[in-house]
Each structure stands twice: as C-alpha cells, then as structure tokens.
Design a binder for this molecule. Structure first.
Ligand code: NAP
Length: 266
C-alpha cells in the first residue's frame, strides 16, 4: 500500500512517498486539509514559512493526535533569506509556528529571492546551508535539502561545506520533467520531490489523458500523481477538498511500461 511506503534518503532517514501540499491554502483550509489528510492515511505534510499556514498545520497535527514519530513534516526557509543568522532565525520561527521541537525535512525554498529569479546568490546560499548543517548536526532537523536548485546551485553548497543536500524539490509533472535537474540528482543519490504534480490544477482535465483514465479506471489526477511515483519522484499534491485528498493518495495501481513511455515522451 502506497500509504505505508517510503523512499530512503542517503542518510538513512525514510520519507513517506506522498505528501499533502499546502501552498495557497489559507490557515483554515490548511487546518481542515491536514485533518482530512491524516484521517485518509497521509503521514507527510509539506508547508513553508511563506505559506502563512504553519501554525494551522501544526495545530491540525496536534489535534489529530498522531504520534510525532508517525508524521513527517517538511517546511522551508524563505527564498529571500540569504544569511546564516537569517536562516537560524527563520528556522526558529517555523519551529515555533508549527509547535514542534524538531523538523523532519528543512529546505532552502529557492536559490534566489522570488523577485530576482535567476540572480546569482552563491555566497548567500552557502551561508544559509552552513546554518542548515549546524541545525542538522544539533539534531533539530532529520534531513536537509533544497528546492528549485540547479545542478550548479547544488554543487555550490556541497563543495563549500562537504555536505550534500538530501532532497531537491522541483516543479515536475507530465510534460515538464526537468531532465537536466533530475539526471544530476539521480546520479548523486539526491531524492527529487515533484511539486505541482497536477501543474497547479491546469492539466487535471487534459484531453491527452482521457484514454488512460478509462483504461485504468482511475482519475486523471491519480494517473498524474502515480506517474511521479513510477519515475521515483515524491509527489506533493495539494487539495483543500476532502474527497480529492482521499483520492489523491489512492494510488495502488501500476502504469504500464508502454504508457509510461508515452507519458515520459510528452
Ligand atoms: P498541484 O498539487 O499541482 O495542484 C493543486 C490544484 O489542483 C489545486 O487547484 C487543487 O484544487 C486542484 N486539485 C487537487 N486535486 C484535485 C483532484 N483530485 N481533482 C481536481 N482538481 C484537483 O499544485 P501546487 O499547489 O502547485 O503544488 C503542490 C504542492 O507543492 C504545493 O501545495 C506546495 O506544498 C508544493 N510547492 C512547492 C513549491 C516550491 O517552490 N518548493 C512551489 C509550488 C508548490 P483544490 O485545492 O480546490 O482541491
């Protein structure tokens, strides 16, 4: 059952194969979504300081009464933070917001501030990464990683510290699979997480997938999410609707080799 399956990071930490995404979920929607998700068998929640819903996510986890070691929580250091002290401060804010005493996975949200996409922030990323390594060594985080990082960005922080990121969370869905990034991560044993596995909802009714929907008797979102798993990417589908949350983790089927070839060719 997919709900009981894990990827293993290179440091030995196991990470549940599907996470609930919470970007663009208001605090009250995020609260209800996390409650529904845990009830439906999700054990992995993805949030970020900038989503503004960490407190609600933390409260839902607490109210669900799930044991702390049975839930995997990912959050992110804002893309705009590019200093050592700033990263430590952001981490402490997230920890407090979530009401937790450790984070399972902490990510640098992006290699550049969102308003300056593509800017070279190599020095700043090294400073932030040094803070991550310190927190990891202090056991305040079980795994550390990056998001939206190119091979150059990963090499930059790795070379400077001798410490390789365990995860790269990138935009990834059928028709947008970022081969250069995934090849680099695969060769270096860095887990790729697939964010926006439904292209933020824009491909859930796409005509190209109608025949597969009928063939597998699964919805298009289920096929799109399963596609990520077949390629060993960890999908983070977001929904605030209980029936979709339930169906987005109902993934115990296989896509045939031929159909995967077709989907990978798009
Ligand atoms: P997504 O998961 O690709 O798609 C979510 C959209 O699809 C929402 O509009 C949702 O609507 C709709 N949807 C979900 N399940 C559906 C279903 N079964 N049938 C029909 N529609 C459905 O979107 P995303 O939020 O862009 O990405 C997912 C997560 O990845 C985020 O929430 C976040 O945690 C993470 N992320 C990370 C970054 C980063 O920079 N690291 C960037 C983007 C996203 P409803 O909510 O109304 O159901």
């Amino acid at each position: 059952m997919i709900k009981d399956e894990y990827f293993t990071l290179y440091n030995g930490v196991t990470i549940p194969k599907v996470a609930l995404g919470t970007w663009q979920s208001s605090p009250s929607d995020a609260y209800n979504a996390v409650i529904s998700a845990i009830k439906a068998g999700y054990t992995h929640i993805d949030t970020a300081l900038v989503y503004g819903n960490e407190e609600a996510v933390g409260k839902a986890i607490k109210d669900s009464k799930i044991e702390r070691d049975k839930i995997f929580v990912t959050t992110k250091c804002p893309a705009e933070v590019k200093t050592y002290e700033g990263a430590l401060e952001s981490f402490n804010t997230s920890l407090k917001n979530l009401g937790l005493d450790y984070i399972d996975l902490y990510l640098i949200h992006a290699p550049w501030p969102w308003s300056e996409m593509g800017k070279n922030c190599d020095e700043g990323n090294i400073e932030v990464w040094k803070a991550f390594v310190k927190l990891y060594n202090e056991k305040k985080i079980r795994a550390i990683g990056v998001s939206n990082f190119s091979p150059h960005d990963i090499k930059n922080v790795w070379d400077a510290t001798g410490f390789k990121p365990m995860v790269n969370q990138i935009r990834y869905f059928v028709g947008y699979t970022q081969k250069e990034y995934t090849d680099y991560c695969d060769v270096n044993n860095i887990l790729v997480e697939a964010y926006s596995p439904l292209a933020t909802g824009s491909i859930v009714n796409d005509e190209r997938f109608k025949s597969l929907e009928a063939k597998y008797n699964k919805t298009i979102p289920q096929i799109l999410i399963r596609f990520c798993l077949e390629n060993n990417r960890l999908p983070l589908p977001k929904s605030v609707h209980e029936e979709r949350i339930i169906s987005n983790i109902d993934l115990d089927f296989k896509i045939s080799k031929e159909d995967m070839e077709y989907l990978n060719s798009l």
